[in-house]
Design a protein around this ligand. Sequence first.
Ligand SMILES: [Zn+2]
Ligand SMILES: [Zn+2]
Length: 150
Amino acid sequence: MDERGGERAFAAALAACRQEGIALTPSRRRILEILACEGRPLGAYDMIDRVAQATGKRPAPISIYRALDFLLENSLVHRLASCNAYLACGHGHAAQEPIVFLICEVCGEVVEATSESMRGALADLAAQAKFQPRAQVMEVAGRCRTCAGA
Ligand SMILES: [Zn+2]
Ligand SMILES: [Zn+2]
């Protein structure tokens, strides 16, 4: 993502916070800004490096994980289990909303997607099993349009 795209994503995330009445401490805000501006998944240790670059002080991993837990709970950030990394979400959707990550294994681009038919299919599937979903996140690995064309 270019710099402007990152600023837009960060602005969208902040707007979502205001709307939901979510208070961001400076450290939570910084983590959200780093992820939004990056526009691609970052691991926790990459984030420690970024914070150290920005502030000149190396934060303890626990403080990064605490900030990430808060952002995850409030659906401002998603965790990608397959690459153990975090990604900012500017979509302002509910935490239980079904989402699919399309992850390019070549360039690392990640696109967050959802669809009405997938939502319906998952709701049916859970209802049949009398299952109450808390998180519905799918990760699809492959090649993005650019890398598939190359
Ligand atoms: Zn999202
Ligand atoms: Zn790609």
